[in-house]
Design a protein around this ligand. Structure first.
Ligand SMILES: [Fe+2]
Length: 450
């Protein structure tokens, strides 16, 4: 009897062991769920749009309340639809394989805006380009979702996390090979060679309680574990992972980085190095800027594509050649051509580049202007104007991705010489940062194959 019990116990233990090994993640075999439309060894092309901040026309008129709202910001919210439509025309013509959208899809997370934007993405997918999106800090549980009519600002419906995954189901979530349980992060494998790790870096769970949408971002601990699992899967399949998220992976400016760079930047850079993730496409800071970080001998590149609805109104284009690597460049929208073709009579659109520059110069230099007003005692009105002119021109070029020697003509001016003669101030530090940056032209970049 005793012997029979021992044999039975051994049998049960053996069955449990077999069962446990069957439950282990298949980290040595190719998961059957991975299907790629682009075979190994084939090249492809994708576009990147950052921060389109789409606002539905149904949520505003062009009257007092809406214009007051526009005057607070630097974004061409009132032309967000035309800007998306112009890029859509380029996509239908150029036929990239994918479109990546790095968050802040909507103005302030309005449900109507989300649903209309999803319709626009459907048109893009119908033309043969797969769309993959991640949320930004403006998109989910945003108590600032409003509509603007006459002189009044009214509430409008915002969306929850689950609604986001539902509205954009066809633009990433349904195609995902794996989804993180604790965030809206997911992994898609559209090419056998290159996979996209679409990361949700936004923090929105407390937004409604605090009645304030959080601007900063983080990658949570549980998401870190999930990224490690994705990386193992990619290594087994000989695929390279490219990360995509809204917030900056590393600081894009020494002066302005709080709430732009993810809170655990150092930890995630190290994680990416461990996982052999070399490239991360980001948005949020609205600057066209490329920065690198090094961990031992590994380099991680954070390519921030500038905001679509801020000058110079551009998007990223990446061409992957399996024998060479990734070629990144930016392309500016041709709104004048789009407006002419569509027979739009709006003069702002027909002379859009100048309109966008003027809008930027009027709205995007508040900090610099405040700093100048503090210097009233040091400068005559004429000198102040010369300094203002040079700082705003440099800022315009800085946002467009140019730095260092690409400012030489602006350095050789009276305004710059006066600025240099001033005591330490924000504008001096800001310009110093622009003239001593990591890369001079952030609109073109090449990443060789590993
Ligand atoms: Fe943002």
């Amino acid at each position: 009897m005793k012997n029979t019990s021992i044999i039975l116990a051994l049998l049960v233990a053996a069955i449990m062991l077999v069962g446990l090994s069957a439950c282990k993640p298949a980290d040595s075999a190719k998961p059957t769920s991975i299907q790629a439309s682009i075979d190994s060894g084939q090249g492809f092309k994708f576009f990147i749009i950052s921060d389109p901040h789409y606002l539905s026309d149904e949520l505003h008129d062009d009257k007092e309340a809406f214009n007051r709202f526009l005057s607070y910001g630097d974004k061409l919210i009132h032309y967000s639809e035309e800007l998306i439509d112009t890029v859509t025309v380029d996509i239908i013509r150029e036929k990239p394989d994918f479109l990546l959208v790095t968050g802040d899809l909507t103005c302030n997370g309005e449900m109507v805006s989300h649903k209309e934007l999803a319709e626009k993405f459907k048109r893009i997918e119908d033309s043969g380009t797969s769309v993959f999106v991640v949320p930004g800090n403006h998109d989910i549980l945003n108590p600032r979702a409003k509509q603007y009519f006459e002189n009044t600002i009214w509430e409008t419906d915002f969306i929850t996390r689950d609604m986001f995954a539902d509205i954009y189901a066809d633009f990433g979530y349904n195609e995902a090979v794996s989804r993180d349980k604790r965030s809206l992060s997911y992994l898609v494998t559209p090419s056998e060679d290159v996979w996209f790790l679409m990361l949700d870096s936004a923090i929105y769970n407390e937004n409604i309680k605090k009645n304030n949408p959080l601007v900063g971002g983080i990658i949570n601990d549980s998401t870190i574990e999930w990224i490690q699992q994705c990386s193992k899967m990619a290594k087994v399949n000989n695929a390279e992972i490219i990360a995509v998220m809204h917030h900056s992976l590393v600081d894009h400016s020494k002066l302005i980085n709080q709430d732009y760079t993810i809170q655990n930047s150092e930890e995630i850079v190290k994680l990416f190095a461990d996982c052999d993730i070399r490239v991360c496409f980001t948005g949020h800071i609205h600057l066209q800027d490329i920065k690198t970080a090094k961990v031992d001998d590994k380099m991680i590149i954070d390519i921030a594509t500038s905001c679509l609805i801020v000058y110079p109104n551009q998007y990223g284009v990446v061409t992957y050649n399996p024998n060479e690597g990734y070629h990144y460049e930016t392309k500016r929208v041709d709104m004048k051509k789009y407006a002419s073709n569509e027979r739009i009579k709006d003069e702002n659109l027909l002379s859009f580049e100048q309109y966008s520059i003027d809008f930027f110069l009027n709205k995007c230099c508040n900090t610099q202007n405040q700093c100048l007003s503090l210097m009233a005692g040091y400068l005559t009105a004429e000198e102040e104007e010369l300094v203002r002119d040079i700082v705003t021109k440099m800022n315009l070029r800085y946002f467009a991705g140019f730095r260092n020697e690409m400012m030489d003509d602006l350095v050789n001016t009276e305004g710059y010489r006066i600025l240099q003669s001033l005591p330490p101030c924000f504008n001096k530090a800001y310009v110093e940062n622009i003239l001593n940056d990591e890369i001079s032209n952030n609109n073109v970049y090449f990443i060789p194959i590993n």
